[in-house]
Design a protein around this ligand. Structure first.
Ligand SMILES: [Zn+2]
Length: 151
């Protein structure tokens, strides 16, 4: 069954060992995925999906984000959360200017739910120049990765 544009549904996501589990509400026909050339995104290979509102994401396990590993650097505004068992990073959270924001690593969305990441043209952001993915210069979908990046 084809997904209608604008129809949001809940999808599951998890780390590799299953200790981290979440649900995210998405319009799978209209995903905006980005790769960023900043140091953490590059080394972790993140495919970023910004969660539009806090109501669109539910952490199922562990009980709180604080139970996950937490990596921060630079301004320490962004908490890169990761599973303490398998080290997979499912999401990052930030509180900037009083606003809470979540970004999911789209590669941690569970497979075989009808989301085809291969069908989404990736946008690239110049986080390296800006220093934060939350203030990024959107380069938009491109035919090739940014300098130093990869598909
Ligand atoms: Zn895990």
């Amino acid at each position: 069954m084809a997904t209608q544009t604008g129809e949001k549904k809940w999808y599951t996501g998890s780390c590799h060992c299953g200790a981290t589990r979440y649900e995210i509400k998405l319009d799978a026909s209209n995903l905006e995925l980005t790769k960023c050339n900043c140091s953490i995104c590059h080394k972790r290979g993140y495919v970023l999906l910004k969660v539009p509102t806090l109501e669109d994401i539910k952490l199922i396990s562990p009980a709180s984000l604080q139970e996950l590993g937490d990596y921060t650097f630079g301004t320490c505004l962004v908490h890169h959360r990761f599973c303490k068992t398998c080290a997979v990073s499912c999401l990052a959270e930030a509180k900037i200017g009083g606003e809470e924001m979540y970004t999911v690593n789209a590669l941690s969305i569970d497979q075989d739910q009808g989301i085809e990441l291969k069908d989404v043209k990736i946008g690239y952001v110049n986080g390296k120049a800006i220093g934060s993915l939350y203030k990024f210069e959107k380069l938009g979908p491109r035919d090739e990765p940014h300098q130093g990046g990869c598909w």
